[in-house]
Design a protein. Structure first.
Length: 112
């Protein structure tokens, strides 16, 4: 259950245009080029951007998680878990669980 929800959170689509490893590397190169001439405040922002971009690049280069295997486990346990803990359909949706997955798990809008 936990691993499925964490995988959903990690792989949740972000708003805006998707960045590719190449576009991240280009931006990192641009920061390196501009860094020496930038004022102190701009260097601070560039440093943070470099940290953020490096972390994003590392994330993109990690092997993809097999969501389908995690989803299977979720489907088997989510209904009973949700009933025991009082978790509503809306709460599952708010954390990113797809309606088709909830349907497979036997979790309905009006209750189980």
């Amino acid at each position: 259950m936990r691993r499925y929800l964490e995988a959903l959170e990690t792989h949740r689509p972000k708003r805006g245009r998707k960045r590719t490893p190449d576009s991240i590397k280009k931006r990192l190169a641009a920061i390196d080029t501009q860094f020496a001439e930038a004022d102190a405040l701009t260097r601070l922002h560039m440093t943070q951007e470099r940290i953020d971009l490096s972390a994003e690049l590392e994330q993109l280069q990690q092997p993809a998680v097999d969501i389908s295997a995690l989803e299977e486990g979720f489907v088997k346990t989510a209904r009973d878990y949700g009933s025991r803990k009082g978790i509503s359909y809306a709460a599952w949706r708010d954390v990113g669980v797809d309606p088709t997955v909830l349907k497979k798990a036997g979790i309905r809008r009006g209750g189980a």
